[in-house]
Design a protein around this ligand. Structure first.
Ligand SMILES: *[C@@H]1O[C@H](CO)[C@@H](O)[C@H](O)[C@H]1NC(C)=O
Ligand SMILES: *[C@@H]1O[C@H](CO)[C@@H](O)[C@H](O)[C@H]1NC(C)=O
Ligand SMILES: *[C@@H]1O[C@H](CO)[C@@H](O)[C@H](O)[C@H]1NC(C)=O
Length: 404
């Protein structure tokens, strides 16, 4: 009887090891196809803007997979022995259960169409960042070392899975921050990390619940940028701007009202003495108009992106796509597909899911609603301000808005 059991365990082990290496081989292949390798010599930070060499398998991934197979064997072993089984039930550790879930294998294929979409987005950025003439903008030829730490403030890190996310406000960043908090286990209640992104109270999401990359020194920052998978999400620039305006000036937001609202009202709204509190202002029907807001943006010195609040600063100046070679460029307009693709690519689709968010089909109507009050001249200047975002991320130039 005993002999039979050992034979069973031995043969399962052998089978499982075979499975493991086969799986590893195929994983390696499919992962490699997700990346573009221009030349073997390009590195992350060289001025030629090559893609980062794909890190197909980290050692931690290797061990977690091995662990997974080990557990499989042990589980088989345990179920063949009733006593151990009972013990297991008694001492089942929910944390261990979670880890087991994480060790599950990711095998769902990624549609070719989505891989091509990523290829096209990355290639466009790569081509524009590399050539003179086509598109010029402030900071284009910087190296990562030229970028001060405060300009890298939007990079969030998950050291557990080796992921970096550059958040762009008004592009579902709250949802992605929730996911980063769960993945990195950076926020805990009574010592237990949040498991479900939607459980995290909204007031804890922005601020220090996440791990910021620029807390590390340069050396470590660059190492992580080189080794980790990096992603960002973008949105049609004018739509993002409208979204920011609605969120910060049409809602009761005292800090924004004080810092931007009052000065804008005084200077462009011809209201010399606006109420001190946003509550009073909104009750009296006083708020900077969209047109006032655009006038304010256009009054700033050209190329002074550092004066722009992150909610309306150009994405290129938040995420530095010419210096940081993102493995994944997502868009708000294709959020559902992109989110599933990304989580699968990062091999965390078994841990987190991206929630369904409101459809953005109404967004196109926003332009029709908000832009008629803006003069053609201002629209053209505004376009200049966001031209880099339009071009780098492949958004169609809104010609119909720019005609006189
Ligand atoms: C890679 O770069 C090194 C150092 O810059 C150089 O010596 C080598 O010839 C290059 N290899 C290829 C394949 O271009
Ligand atoms: C492009 O222009 C910049 C600034 O004039 C220069 O430093 C850089 O070497 C040029 N790059 C190429 C590829 O021509
Ligand atoms: C950067 O931080 C790492 C880890 O904390 C440390 O080992 C290293 O010496 C630091 N490097 C510099 C240049 O300060």
């Amino acid at each position: 009887m005993k002999k039979l059991r050992y034979f069973y365990v031995l043969s399962t082990t052998a089978g499982v090891l075979l499975m493991f290496f086969t799986n590893r081989y195929w994983t390696n292949r499919s992962e490699a196809e997700e990346f573009i390798r221009p030349s073997p010599n390009t590195t992350l930070f060289n001025p030629e803007h090559g893609y980062s060499e794909p890190k197909t398998l980290s050692s931690s991934y290797f061990w977690s997979n091995l662990h997974h197979y080990y557990n499989l064997v042990m589980k088989e072993f345990a179920t063949s022995d009733e006593e151990t089984d009972e013990e297991n039930d008694l001492f089942e550790d929910p944390e261990l259960e979670n880890r087991r879930r994480e060790w599950r294998i990711h095998s769902s294929p990624i549609p070719l169409e989505l891989k091509h979409r990523q290829y096209a987005r990355k290639k466009l950025i790569h081509d524009l960042c590399d050539s003179n003439g086509t598109l010029g903008f402030n900071g284009k030829w910087q190296t990562i070392d030229d970028i001060p730490s405060w300009e890298l403030a939007n990079l969030l890190v998950d050291d557990r899975h080796g992921i970096i996310y550059c958040y762009v406000p008004k592009v579902a960043c709250t949802e992605w921050k929730r996911i980063m908090i769960v993945l990195s286990e950076s926020l805990k209640v009574n010592g237990v990390p949040y498991r479900d992104p939607s459980d995290i109270p909204v007031e804890l999401i922005h601020g220090n619940s996440n791990q910021y990359l620029n807390r590390y020194n340069r050396t470590v920052m660059k190492q992580k940028l080189q080794q980790y998978k990096k992603f960002m999400f973008i949105r049609e620039p004018f739509i993002r701007l409208i979204s920011a305006y609605r969120d910060k000036f049409q809602k009761e937001n005292q800090p924004f009202y004080k810092q931007y609202g009052i000065p804008i009202l005084k200077r462009f709204g011809k209201i010399p003495n606006p109420p001190a509190s946003v509550k009073e202002a909104l009750a009296a029907g006083i708020a900077p108009s969209f047109s006032n807001f655009i006038q304010y943006l256009l009054s700033l010195p050209a190329d002074s992106y550092e004066l722009l609040d992150e909610h309306w600063r150009q994405t290129a100046h938040l995420c530095h796509p010419c210096q940081i070679h993102y493995d994944f460029i997502g868009k708000m307009e294709t959020m559902e597909e992109d989110a599933a693709h990304l989580l699968r690519m990062l091999r965390v689709d078994n841990i987190v899911q991206f929630p369904k968010i409101k459809s953005s089909t109404t967004d196109e109507n926003w332009i029709k609603t908000w832009f008629p009050t803006i003069t053609a001249d201002s629209r053209r200047k505004l376009f200049k301000l966001f031209e880099t975002d339009y071009k780098l991320f492949g958004y169609q130039v809104p010609e119909y808005l720019l005609r006189p």
